[in-house]
Design a protein around this ligand. Structure first.
Ligand code: NDP
Ligand code: 2IT
Length: 444
């Protein structure tokens, strides 16, 4: 049995009931065979066994009081997965579905994503099964303060720097930062995605969506094509989705559909992003409202139906496993040519296989959405240097980082005999740097 297969088998046996973690590990380990062939020393150093085992998992209780005076209790998590190339870095997710398996899949992905950025950041992830949806601002604040009252002791600007993810945006980062500063008495870059008035970076809000579109644009450009006139589907209606739509539209694409967890909107004329922003960012409302406000637009309950809409480019930007085998087949049958993953692991392993066989250009999450965390690292650099860069400056850096990631995964795929397979290319290019650092550090 190959080393990679053995490690995967052991991982599944040692971590039962963690299907998302198994899925992410399978996708990664299945592509690392050619690297192991060139580096037999990795097996002797048990490098892969160490790579798939988090350095530390912190699990804690988060008690808080709701507006009616009732005491509630949620689970809090921080998975400090790998610090070989820099301090742990990765978002916090607040969503009722959060569990250890999801935290570990996200943390594992984050190691390679952060490595791909070329910046000195290790991999981590955290969050809670708390649902901000439907809660008042004061409830969210009390929850965030309680969450940070435990988390503060485990993080720091040089050790672990959390940020946003699903359910954690500017509001939550503000409350978390306020509590950290109050407890520690330090105004430092311990969180990214901060507001511009207290140490945040321009472009961080837009970065993940913009980065996704910059990478897709690069893939199009390398094939003599562009976004102009293309029909695009974007799933989700949150931070990543909104700014993916914004940049795709700026580049001349027609985005015809988006969704939140209630269902999708379809607007043949092209989504009016000002209306979406008003509903989702200003009112914290539901996407179904769009159909009531824009003539000719339709709302359909349920999410899956979005993938039946014919498109040239699909950008899944909501959550894991949005595109399964059946949805992938439907997209291919309708002529999709490019899939760029804005969300983390939005395509199932079976879905990826469908795209691979059909020759769809598939840009995997850890490369395609890395613009977000890369801009977080730029925020950290500005904090440490007591600097504030212009929008254009950060945007240019983001573009160049994203293009470099595209080139690195393309080159790695080519070099390791799997040209055009960006899943393998991204895993290999990301892994090599982490492996090199881990080997240099000895058995730790
Ligand atoms: P948001 O909370 O801003 O938005 C999430 C969106 O996805 C919402 O519209 C939400 O709908 C929808 N959604 C979430 N869960 C489900 C579900 N189970 N079924 C259907 N729809 C769902 O999160 P982000 O935009 O920040 O994150 C989206 C994805 O991008 C995630 O996978 C995240 O890990 C990834 N990502 C985020 C980065 C960032 O910088 N924010 C960076 C890199 C990746 P509803 O409101 O109804 O729940
Ligand atoms: O999945 C991700 O890369 C994020 N949620 C962003 C992490 C970060 O630290 O900016």
């Amino acid at each position: 049995m190959q080393y990679t297969e053995r490690v995967l088998e052991e991982l599944i046996a040692k971590n039962p009931n963690e299907p998302e973690f198994h899925q992410a590990a399978t996708e990664i380990l299945n592509t690392l065979g050619p690297v192991i062939d060139r580096h037999p020393e990795y097996e002797r150093a048990a490098l892969l066994e160490r790579f798939v085992e988090p350095e530390r998992v912190i699990l804690f209780r988060v008690p808080w009081t709701d507006d009616s005076g009732r005491v509630r209790v949620n689970k809090g998590y921080r998975v400090q997965f790998n610090s070989a190339i820099g301090p742990y870095k990765g978002g916090l997710r607040f969503h009722p579905s959060v569990n250890l398996s999801i935290m570990k899949f996200l943390g594992l992905e984050q190691i390679l994503k952060n490595s791909l950025t070329g910046l000195p950041i290790g991999g981590g992830k955290g969050g809670s099964d708390f649902a901000p949806k439907g809660k008042s601002d004061m409830e969210v604040m009390r929850f965030c303060q309680s969450f940070m009252t435990e988390l503060y002791r485990h993080i720091g600007q040089d050790t672990d720097v959390p940020a946003g993810d699903i359910g954690v945006g500017g509001r939550e980062i503000g409350y978390l930062f306020g509590q950290y500063k109050r407890i520690c008495g330090e105004h430092v870059g311990v969180l990214t995605g901060r507001g511009l008035s207290y140490g945040g970076s321009l472009v961080r809000t837009e970065a993940t969506g913009y980065g996704l579109v910059y990478m897709t644009e690069e893939a199009l450009r390398c094939r003599g094509d562009s976004f102009r006139g293309k029909t695009v589907l974007v799933s989700g209606a949150g931070n990543v989705a909104i700014y993916a739509v914004e940049k795709a539209q700026q580049l001349g694409a027609k985005v015809v559909a988006m969704y939140d967890s209630d269902g999708f909107i379809y607007d043949r004329e092209g989504i009016r992003l000002d209306v979406v922003k008003q509903i989702k960012e200003t009112e914290r409302g539901r996407i179904r409202e769009y159909a009531a406000r824009v003539k000719g637009a339709e709302f359909h309950a349920g999410c899956k139906g979005i993938w039946n809409i014919p498109c040239d480019i699909a950008l899944p930007c909501a959550t894991q496993n949005e595109i399964d085998e059946a949805s992938a087949k439907q997209l291919v049958a309708n002529g999709v040519k490019y899939v760029g993953e804005g969300a983390n692991m939005p395509t199932t392993l079976e879905g990826i296989e469908v795209f691979r066989k059909a020759g769809v250009v598939f840009l995997p999450a850890k490369a395609a959405n890395a613009g977000g965390v890369a801009t977080s690292a730029l925020e950290m650099a500005q904090s440490s240097g007591r600097m504030f860069w212009s929008f254009e400056e950060v945007d240019e850096k983001l573009k160049s980082i994203v293009r470099n990631i595209y080139r690195a995964m393309d080159a790695a795929a080519e070099e390791y005999g799997v040209a055009g397979d960006y899943v393998a290319g991204a895993n290999i290019a990301g892994f090599l740097k982490v492996a090199d650092a881990m080997m240099a550090h000895g058995v730790v």
